[in-house]
Ligand binder design. Sequence first.
Ligand SMILES: Nc1ncnc2c1ncn2[C@@H]1O[C@H](COP(=O)(O)OP(=O)(O)OP(=O)(O)O)[C@@H](O)[C@H]1O
Ligand SMILES: [Mg+2]
Length: 244
Amino acid sequence: MINIIELKNVSFSAQDRNVIQSVSASFNTGKTTALVGPSGSGKSTVLKLAGGLLVPTEGEVLYRGNNVALMNRNENLQFRCDSAFVFQDSALWANQNLDQILELPLKIHFPEMKKKDRAQKIKSLTELVGYKKELNIRPSRLSMGEQKLIGFARALLCSPTLLYLDEWVESLDENAADRLIGIVKKMQKDGVTVLFVCHDMRIIKILADYIMIIIDGQIVIHDTKENIMNDTELSNYLKTGLAL
Ligand SMILES: Nc1ncnc2c1ncn2[C@@H]1O[C@H](COP(=O)(O)OP(=O)(O)OP(=O)(O)O)[C@@H](O)[C@H]1O
Ligand SMILES: [Mg+2]
């Protein structure tokens, strides 16, 4: 299967507003796509639609050829286990401690796993992302950057084959960002498909195979990074027009 995710004429409306208008796109297995565009253009919404977290008002989202909206419970659980999301706002449960937040995906997807193995996995992943504080505290005690690290560790828990990253480095210092970039690079080598939203051209150059430009709820360009970078007009537009 070449396309792991496919959007077919997908629209999304909410509160009488057309947020996404008839978008079609395919994402190749094992490849990385950077979604770019101005604020409010619909990047997070496209990412959530492609991840099955939002249901399209019209059109279809296919995961390995199966319509996500028509999946049965088991197929849906498998899709959820295969894919992982780092949210723009981190989306950590406000009323749970970090260790509880991180235990939850393991409890759902690996119910047989022993508590001490869960704790070990959580420890190794929080160390991997460079999180240094204790885990028995609420997210409100963390900075935005630290919340991102926990959100990133959570995304790695179930060894996803499909990774969705929404503005995942924006609140991190360069060292912390480089650490996460290194993790993503390793996952790319292991064949993980990555869709990420990012405003940092440096990171797009390092990680992306494809670039998708979204403006006013529509995909205006979706092409290889090389083709876009070699097009002077487009690459200037990326640098200046989108203030990347
Ligand atoms: N559920 C909703 N109801 C109403 N409007 C929505 C909804 N979801 C998104 N929108 C609107 O659609 C537009 C696109 O939102 P989205 O979050 O996808 O943009 P974005 O490109 O990720 O922006 P940013 O770069 O600021 O994160 C915004 O104007 C937003 O307010
Ligand atoms: Mg967004």
